[in-house]
Design a protein around this ligand. Structure first.
Ligand code: PLP
Length: 463
């Protein structure tokens, strides 16, 4: 069953003409051809078709890496044949994975950084499933020990969580307690987190780097508030930090910010290696504070050089090249390299956001001073066009800058968002501002609202 929405292709697209490529004939596209066209022709056909995807580096919607040094890309191609799960056959790849785990645990202030507990995943979504399961298992142990029922677990988080947490809740039967946005606060606050907790709360998820506006949630303050809750009412609620983006930013340029294992309440952290970890998709990381934070019965052993290697994952086979590429980025940049790069991205983000605020009709929702990501909205007196129209006009120039509506209780607010990533050099930033200025001037010159059938409608946008 194709899970993609059924978008009927135009009738004449049911076959692909090969004449452009110096071949005669046609090729069916939804059925396997009787005779293949061979690797060279297949390469031509498929790489030509993919041109329609557009330029990934102009995709300012994604957090995911779209540029790597060519040596890194080469190393990935060289190692695409290694299966991560074959610890026995590829012991060195397995070792490299555990080095990455140790490095990240150390960057995130783990007390056991040389033998840290953690694993690579396909991304933060898988890492969220694993960390969420560990929270659920531990809550159940505590509830059983206290003779309390174990049938109604809940997880407390801001409504701005990435969809993976709603998935976790649905797949593993945990009630999602999504704390709404109020006023000008677009993420979880300590008071509201605590107000949603009870004895069935398996944990609170705090996000280091909200996808909606790039802001950091106040992890330390949420932890303090949960300390107070424990002291007052005896409720023990652990925390998980979803640092999908911030996990590779804050350790380098916000070193004074306490958001990680320095806070005893933080039991686990995830990050996406393929976001600010600077690797092509898909690699993520899940790290637990210590062995005690990960229940043993979630861990499986695979055979490893005649011994046993513990694994915790939802998948079995997956490419080793991702993990090797992560080690490559860590090795090639080092602390200084990461710091310099992240400083540069933050500077660029703040420079663009300043430029946007100076254009006139926009106000900043965030300015890129936390994640190098910012969101902006039109002033309420702009009625002739919307953020969605601006997004469409930018797309005509090749820029993908999404517009989307905020979740409850701020569905009245629509924004545009720019994610600044490695590979966006200052000239690109200037060009973006230049194009946005030109588009804004055109739209400001409208003397009546864009007719709605022509104007863009509110589209769903997956964060
Ligand atoms: C991107 C993101 C995720 C999902 O990460 P993947 O690596 O794409 O699976 C989860 N949480 C946050 C905060 C994110 O930004």
């Amino acid at each position: 069953m194709p899970l993609s929405a059924r978008r009927p292709e135009r009738a004449h697209n049911r076959t692909l003409s090969l004449s452009t490529f110096g071949h005669g004939g046609e090729m069916p596209i939804d059925q396997l051809a009787q005779t293949g066209i061979g690797p060279d022709a297949a390469y031509e056909v498929i790489s030509s078709e993919l041109l329609l995807d557009g330029q990934s580096r102009l995709n300012l919607a994604t957090f995911v890496t779209t540029w790597m040094p060519s040596a890194g890309a080469r190393l990935m191609a060289d190692t695409a044949d290694k299966n991560m799960i074959d610890k026995d056959e590829y012991p060195q790849t397995a070792l490299i994975e555990s080095r990455c785990v140790n490095i990240l645990a150390d960057l995130w202030g783990s007390p056991e950084s040389e033998h840290a507990t953690g694993c690579s995943t396909t991304g933060s979504s898988e890492a969220a499933m694993l960390a969420g399961l560990a929270l659920k298992w531990r809550w159940r142990e505590r509830a059983q020990a206290a003779g309390r029922p174990t049938d109604r677990p809940n997880l407390v988080m801001g409504v701005n969580v990435q969809v993976c947490w709603e998935k976790f809740c649905r797949y593993w039967e945990v009630e999602p307690r999504l704390v709404p946005m109020e006023g000008d606060t677009y993420h979880l606050t300590p008071e509201r987190a605590v107000a949603h907790c009870d004895e069935n709360t398996i944990g609170v998820v705090a996000i280091l780097g909200s996808t909606f506006d790039g802001s950091y949630e106040p992890v330390r303050e949420i932890s303090d508030a949960l300390d107070a809750l424990e002291a007052d009412r005896g409720l023990h609620v652990p925390m998980h930090v979803d640092a999908a983006s911030g996990g590779f930013v804050a350790p380098f340029i916000d070193r004074g910010l306490e958001w990680d294992f320095r806070l005893p309440r933080v039991q686990s952290i995830n990050a996406s290696g393929h976001k600010y970890g600077l690797v092509y998709p898909g690699v993520g990381w899940a790290i637990w504070r210590d062995e005690a934070a990960l229940p043993r019965d979630l861990v499986f052993d695979v055979n490893y050089l005649g011994g046993h290697m513990p694994t915790f994952s939802l998948n079995f086979s997956r490419p080793g090249s991702e993990v090797i590429a992560q080690y490559f980025m860590l090795t090639s940049l080092g602390r200084e390299g990461f710091t310099e790069l992240m400083e540069g991205l933050r500077e660029t983000a703040m420079r663009i956001s300043r430029g946007v605020s100076e254009l006139g009709p926009y106000r900043l929702i965030s300015d890129g001073s936390q994640l190098p990501v910012f969101a902006f909205a039109l002033d309420s007196d702009v009625t002739n066009y919307t953020e969605f129209d601006v997004s469409d006009r930018l797309r005509e120039r090749g820029w993908l800058v999404p517009a989307y509506t905020f979740p409850p209780n701020r569905q009245d607010l629509s924004v545009l968002r720019v994610v600044v990533r490695s590979g966006m050099h200052p000239e690109m930033a200037d060009q973006l501002l230049f194009d946005l200025r030109a588009i804004t001037e055109q739209l400001q010159a409208l003397d009546a609202p864009l007719p709605r059938p022509l104007a863009s409608s509110t589209q769903a946008f997956a964060h």
